[in-house]
Design a protein around this ligand. Structure first.
Ligand code: DGL
Length: 265
């Protein structure tokens, strides 16, 4: 049995839907979540600076919380820094990267869209994924940073009109490219999956990586001898930390994901 937590990291609230998926498979696991609001949005940072920042931040979090595994619940952080983090630390890392491989299996027309941050769209990591797994497909990647900000500012529940305005251009570009499958390549977008489904219409399937990532966290924890047998959770042992400011709205949101309160880092 272990009482070592799973450490989850995102630039903000984007990792919370992934926490929900992990809790389904590992209900006894303690979760320590860091919303790195001080550096939000990751998608607009210089990649070298972001990578250095993540190496420092994760070193401090590992030292403090001794996690059984780290879930980098952010596509941008994963494409920029996952390799460097794995090289530096012995703790197992699970990254979240755009689900291009399952999209290539699912698509019938071989026209795939990827909706992500500007950084993810530019990174070699995404281009390599496309080259390796979707070489037979036409892949159109579109950056939608305004949507990330909207989700964060509205605590995961922006109004329908605001969503429509923020995603109109991205959805238009992907429909124009005649995609039949769209990868949600930013964890924040999973909050909007139902609204996005409506906007894309019935001919387009949306794919995100929550289930696969949760299964990978479970596998990694098992492989590392913790046998996924976590000691029963103590009340209040989960922690939601922010490197930014605590707000009442954030507190309300994180309670829905099983955290008792928001603390500052
Ligand atoms: N949630 C993050 C992702 O999956 C990025 C959001 C940001 O730009 O900070 O890419």
């Amino acid at each position: 049995m272990t009482d070592r937590p799973v450490l989850v990291l995102d630039s903000g609230i984007g990792g919370l839907p992934y926490v929900a998926a992990v809790r389904e498979l590992l209900p006894a696991a303690d979760i320590v979540y860091l919303a790195d609001h001080a550096v939000f949005p990751y998608g607009e940072q210089d990649p070298e600076t972001l990578c250095r920042h993540l190496l420092r931040l994760v070193a401090m979090l590992i030292e403090r919380h001794q996690p059984a595994a780290v879930l980098l619940a952010c596509n941008t952080a994963s494409v920029v820094a996952l390799a460097a983090l794995r090289e530096r630390f012995s703790v197992p890392f699970v990254g979240v990267v755009p689900a291009v491989k399952p999209a290539a299996v699912r698509t019938i027309t071989r026209r795939i869209g990827v909706l992500a941050t500007a950084r993810t769209v530019k990174e070699h990591y995404l281009h390599d994924l496309v080259h390796r797994f979707a070489g037979q497909c036409v892949v159109t990647s579109v950056a939608a940073g305004a949507v990330v900000r909207l989700v964060e500012q509205c605590y995961g529940a922006p109004g329908a009109d605001a969503v429509e305005r923020a995603v109109r251009s991205a959805v238009g570009q992907l429909l124009h490219a005649r995609v039949d499958t769209v990868v949600l390549g930013c964890t924040h977008f999973t909050f909007l999956i139902d609204q996005l489904r409506q906007l894309f219409g019935p001919t387009v399937s949306l794919i995100d990586s929550r289930d696969g990532v949760a299964r990978q966290v479970q596998r990694v924890v098992q492989r590392n001898g913790d046998n996924a047998r976590f000691a029963p959770r103590q009340p209040g042992s989960d922690r939601f930390l922010t490197s930014g400011t605590r707000t009442a709205e954030l507190e309300t949101l994180v309670r829905r994901y099983g955290f008792a309160e928001v603390r500052t880092l």
